[in-house]
Design a protein around this ligand. Structure first.
Ligand code: HAM
Length: 423
């Protein structure tokens, strides 16, 4: 026997039963995005590697070790997108979206690719939906972005079980002040830091705050706080964001150790976490990135955004409050006798056209097997077609729930069911 081909490590098959939860979630997301006046954008799944190297940062885990990169026939290096902010910004610049309106509010959904060590909630192909607002430097834009994800949590009924952690990394001046303060604090302990943190000491000391190594964690507990190094305008921006969140009734905790793993952030950064998950507890992460558009060759345009991991969010939703999904067919046609099999497709076709979800057996199985299939598909009605019914142009229409049965002409089947289901 030929060997079976297995799926690649760290990727998932989303099978039809599970896909129903995905669809229910996607419809909530789409609805809320529309309410907040965001337009959908669908950038490509692969981009030039350079985009992520410049956009996300050479020194980040994502770029330095997690990208799926390959050369195409022209030998240029391409990469399956590990995230979509860089791609959205590239598209914004390339398509001159600022000419359409000075603030572009965009949302997206799709698969991302990172070569991480797979574990619960962490995959190599995973899905995100996210939103980016490009154009406004003001705190009300930060507040709106956070309110947007909060509205999605609320629509899912899980907002009370999720924690919003927020921090500010300020503008570049504030970050330079903090970088120095943190390095001065850590320098005497340099040899005690983990190898990764020692490496980051020069290249990206803020990431040391994020280290999972126990000794690093202990050390940074007493480190100076970035909040204390913010300059006046960064401080005001951050304070105003917090004030607006309070006014909107969105609870948050300030987390001085929150830094994000991507290099483009400025000012407000945030994460939503859930303790219904294990180690990978972030269901959404984002922040302001005022310099990225310029760094990628566009104008000096500020922006803010976030992205949420769909697999993780669904793990939380399933644990706390599974989404209601439409289940079951309206009608299953049961055909008795091989001569009638030729009539069946036409009837089912007409009933589908009339608006019913409808199915039939194509394996020419026994009545018992067809009934079993109707049951499996949770059909609300079955239509039984035998020789006698065929001669009279009717089916025996049986309501599966009540057990009631009546003869109904072919043409009336759809309207009888539609009326019954809508009453
Ligand atoms: P991120 O924090 O790298 O940010 O990813 C956002 C979310 O994607 C995470 O909070 C998590 O829910 C999900 N996620 C990330 N990696 C994985 C994985 N390997 N498996 C499953 N889920 C994962 C970004 O991607 C930024 N682009 C967010 C952003 C948008 N910032 C500004 N605008």
């Amino acid at each position: 026997m030929p060997e079976k081909v297995q799926r690649v490590k760290g990727v998932n098959d989303i099978l039809p039963e599970e896909a129903k939860q995905w669809q229910a979630l996607e419809s909530v997301v789409k609805h809320v995005m529309e309410k907040f006046a965001f337009g959908e954008i669908r950038p490509p799944i692969f981009e030039k590697t350079e985009l992520f190297a410049r956009g996300v940062g050479e020194d980040t885990d994502i770029v330095s070790k997690e990208m799926y990169s390959f050369s195409d026939m022209s030998k240029s290096s391409l990469t399956l997108r590990p995230e979509l902010t860089a791609g959205v910004v590239r598209s914004y610049i390339q398509n001159n979206l600022q000419q359409i309106s000075p603030v572009q509010k965009l949302w997206y959904e799709g698969p991302m690719f990172r070569q991480e060590r797979p574990q619960k909630g962490r995959y190599r192909q995973f899905w995100q939906f996210g939103a980016e607002a490009i154009g406004s430097p003001n705190p009300e834009q930060d507040a709106e972005m956070i309110a947007l994800f909060f509205a999605i949590l609320k629509a899912l009924g899980i907002e009370k079980s999720v924690l919003l952690k927020i921090n500010s990394v300020g503008d570049s001046e504030s970050r330079a002040t903090y970088r120095k303060a943190l390095q001065d604090f850590l320098r005497p302990h340099l040899s005690e830091l983990s190898e990764t943190s020692q490496h980051r000491f020069e290249s990206n000391p803020l990431r040391i705050l994020d280290s999972k190594a126990p000794n690093d964690k202990l050390l940074v507990k007493n480190a100076p706080k970035i909040r204390e190094c913010l300059n006046a305008s960064s401080k005001t921006h951050y304070a105003e964001v917090l004030k607006m969140l309070e006014a909107m009734g969105i609870p948050y905790v300030q987390d001085d150790l929150l830094v994000r793993g991507l290099d483009y952030y400025t000012h407000t950064i945030f994460e939503f976490t859930s303790d219904a998950l294990g180690a990978q507890d972030a269901i959404c992460g984002g922040g302001r990135y005022n310099d990225l558009v310029k760094e990628l060759g566009g104008q000096d345009v500020p922006a803010i955004g976030w992205a949420s991991g769909i697999e993780r969010l669904l793990l939380v939703v399933e644990a706390l409050r599974p989404l209601e999904v439409a289940s079951g067919l309206d009608l299953f046609l049961i055909v008795l006798g091989d001569e009638l099999r030729l009539t069946a497709p036409k009837l089912v076709h007409e009933w589908r056209e009339a608006g019913l979800s409808c199915d039939m057996d194509t394996l020419r199985r026994s009545m018992k097997a067809q009934m079993r299939e109707a049951n499996r598909q949770e059909a609300r009605y079955v239509a039984i077609l035998g020789e006698e019914e065929f001669d009279q142009g009717v089916v025996q229409l049986k309501n599966f729930e009540t057990g009631e049965q009546e003869a109904v002409s072919f043409e009336n089947v759809a309207s009888v069911i539609i009326n019954a289901l809508s009453s």
